[in-house]
Design a protein around this ligand. Structure first.
Ligand SMILES: Nc1ncnc2c1ncn2[C@@H]1O[C@H](COP(=O)(O)OP(=O)(O)OP(=O)(O)O)[C@@H](O)[C@H]1O
Length: 262
């Protein structure tokens, strides 16, 4: 299988220090420090509005008013050389409804690498169709697909360039359990067989166990990072959801102590 990453695995794919993002007039990410290891699936988990999409936008270089350090694949986030090395799938599927699935992929493949020979491009399109299990729908108009199928077309677009880093914003939202399981299997095969790094956001805590590593976020801050098992052990919890709630309580208690000693 194709290997997506040629870098040593010990260098993190993403390294953030004192990362702050202001949206409107308000800081929505405040002094974050974290790493995303290469070749692993890192889950970005936290409640709605805690800043997951903002953090992902900062990583892919589309977010304004970012300060602090944010290095991605060894370059500052947003560096032009990163464009072809990162695949980004937003929450809103970005495909043309009046083109078939294959036409969408042909179109994006041509934009991504205009110089590529037609046969190689067709090979790429067939590969990503198989990856997201849409070969049987290749000639359907994208506009006639279900929401979950359209999301998978967006994911296929992101896979066209064999990116080293895939940033997926809530990719399993609204999918039935079978499709969710299949997508997680694909994520694992991308990481384990091809060496890709995945940063996947979710506000569903039961997806946490499917990740190698977690960044737990709340209100613009990273509460904790580590493997699901380590976070459960550290907090004496049975599930990541309970671990998260204990970490929230711990953070609130620490804030009260700090307040009372001022
Ligand atoms: N365009 C904007 N202008 C100002 N504030 C914004 C804007 N977009 C988002 N925000 C604020 O930034 C904060 C973080 O939003 P963000 O979309 O990153 O959260 P999220 O964790 O991804 O939420 P969800 O899970 O609902 O997608 C929220 O408080 C939100 O209100």
């Amino acid at each position: 299988m194709m290997n997506y990453s040629s870098r040593p695995p010990e260098e993190p794919a993403v390294h953030a220090q004192d990362l702050t993002v202001v949206r409107g007039s308000r800081p929505v990410l405040r002094g974050l420090g974290f790493t995303v290891p290469r070749g692993r699936i890192t889950g970005l988990l936290g409640p709605s509005g805690c800043g997951k999409s903002t953090l992902m936008r900062a990583v892919v270089g589309t977010q304004a008013k970012v300060t602090g350090t944010l290095d991605v694949l060894g370059r500052p986030a947003g560096h032009p050389s990163l464009r072809t090395r990162i695949g980004y799938v937003t929450q809103a599927p970005s495909v043309y409804g009046d083109l078939t699935v294959r036409q969408n992929l042909d179109y994006f493949a041509a934009i991504l690498d205009p110089g590529k020979a037609g046969a190689d491009r067709r090979h790429d399109v067939e590969r990503v169709l198989a990856d997201v299990d849409l070969t049987g729908h290749a000639d359907s108009l994208a506009g006639t697909l279900s929401g979950g199928q359209r999301s998978r077309v967006s994911l296929a677009v992101a896979l066209l360039g064999t990116p080293e880093l895939l940033v997926l914003d809530e990719p399993t939202v609204g999918l039935d359990p079978v499709l969710r399981r299949d997508l997680w299997q694909l994520f694992h095969s991308l990481a384990e067989d091809r060496g890709a790094t995945l940063l996947v956001s979710s506000h569903v805590m039961d997806e946490a166990e499917r990740c190698h590593r977690l960044l737990l976020m709340r209100a613009g801050e990273v509460l904790a990072e580590g493997a699901p098992e380590a976070l459960r052990t550290r907090t004496g919890a049975d599930t990541v959801e309970t671990a998260f709630l204990r970490l929230v309580d711990e953070a609130a208690a620490a804030a009260r102590t700090e307040e009372s000693t001022r």
